[in-house]
Design a protein around this ligand. Sequence first.
Ligand code: BG6
Length: 466
Amino acid sequence: MKFPKDFFFGAASASYQVEGAWNEDGKGVTNWDVFSKIPGKTFEGTNGDVAIDHYHRYKEDIKLMAEMGLDSYRFSISWARIIPDGRGEVNEKGIEFYNNLIDECLKYGIVPFATLYHWDMPQILEEEGGWLNKNTIDAFVKYAKVCFEAFGDRIKHWITFNETIVFCGHGYLEGSHPPGIKNDPKKYFMATHNVVTAHARSVETYKKLRQFGEIGITHVFSPAFPVDNKEENVFAAYHANQYEIAWYYDPVLKGTYPEYVVKQLKEQGIVPDWTDEELAVIKSAAPKNDFIGLNYYQPRRVIKNNDVGESSKQTRDGAPGSASFDGVYRTVTMPDKNYTKWGWEIAPDAFLEGVRLLKSDYGDIKLYVTENGLGDADPIIEGEDVDVARIKFIETHLKAIKKAISEGINLKGYYAWSAIDLLSWLNGYKKQYGFIYVDQKDNLKRKKKLSFYWYKKIIEERGENI
Ligand code: BG6
C-alpha cells in the first residue's frame, strides 16, 4: 500500500529553535531571549540568539527541503517579529520575512503549515503576567488575525498552539521554562484555560474571515498505559489520561472540560477563574476546529505513586521516573522496553494503540502527526552523519501510521521532528533530530545526513515499501 495522495510527508521546526536574528529587523525581545540567558537555565547556557541562522539562510534550507521532496514544511511564526510589544504596532519587516519564507516554499510546491505559538512570547506580555493575564488572550487573538490577514491567501493550514501541556507544565509546575514558576497548580490550570480560550477565539476569528483553510491545535500525544492489570495501576493510568489527555483534547473537540478533573479541581479550590462567556466560546468553537496535531515521542507507563507526599519530582527532561504534580501516579521505565540516549521510550506500537483509543473517544477527527522523531547524538563516520537509528525510528513509526490509516483512522500527514538540526530548548545542540546536519564548528554549514536520502526515497515511493 502507498500512502494516500493527499497525505503530507513533511518535517517541522519552530522559530526560536532555528531563526536566530533575535534582535534584527525590529523583532521584539521574547520570554525565551530573556530566560535562556539566566545562568543555569539551559544546557551549557545555549540560547537562540543565532540558533542555526535560518532567518538568513532560509533559502538554502528550503532548497534542501525541496531536494528531499518534502510535501510540506511546518514552521512557527514568532509573535515578537510580527508585533514586537505583543499588542501594538505591526512590524512590516516581520511580515516581509514570513512572506519571503512562504513564497520560497511555494516556489518549490512545498505546502506551508504554520504554528502561531511555539512558546516564544513577547517579553513585555510575559512581564505583565503572560498566560495568567487575560489581556494576553486579546493580544493573541489580534496577533492571530494579523497573521491570517497577511498570510492567509497562501497559508491554508494553521496551528494555534504547540503543546499547551508542555509550556504550561514547564512554566508553572516544573519551573524549567518561562516564567520559571515551580509547583503552582492553580496558576498552571489558569494558564491552560486562558490558552484554550485564546485557541477558541482564534478559531472563531479565522472562520469569520472565510479563507477556506483549516485550523486546529497541536497537543502532546503521550497516552498513559498501566504497567500491569492491577486495579490501582489501571486507575493510575485512567487518572493520568484524564489530566493529560482529556483536559487538553476535550475542550477543543467536545467544547467542555472533563468532569472528572473539574470535580477534583473544585474540591482543591484550584478551578480556573473562568467566565460564562469564555466557556461559551470554547463550546461554540469546538465543532469548527478542523484537526488535532499530535506530537508523539513516547507513551507513559504508569503506576500508582506510593511515595506519599512526593510530587513533581522531575527526572531528566521528559524521561520517565517522576511523580505527577498531584502525587497520584508516577511514570516508570520498564526492563522490556527500548529507550533513547535521553531515556525516552521508543514505542511505535503504543502510538497505534493510542490513536485507536483517541478514535473511540473523539470519533473521526482529522489528525496530523505534527512532530515525531529521534533525539540522538548522531554517529559521525569519516565526516558523514550516518543516522541509522533515526531511519529505523521514523520507519517503524510510519509503519504504525500506515496501519492506523488502513484501519480507517483519519491521519493526513506526518511531520518529522525536525527538518534540520536545531536548538533544543533545554538540551542545546548535542541532541539532534534533523535530516540535515548543521556543523556548529564550521560556520553552521549544512550537510545531508543518511536519513535525508532515505526520507527522499520514502517520499518518492509514497511509502510503498514501508
Ligand atoms: C517538543 C517540542 O516538545 O519536543 C519541540 O515541540 C522540541 O520544540 C521537541 O524540540 C524535542 O524536545 P527536546 O527536549 O528533545 O529538544
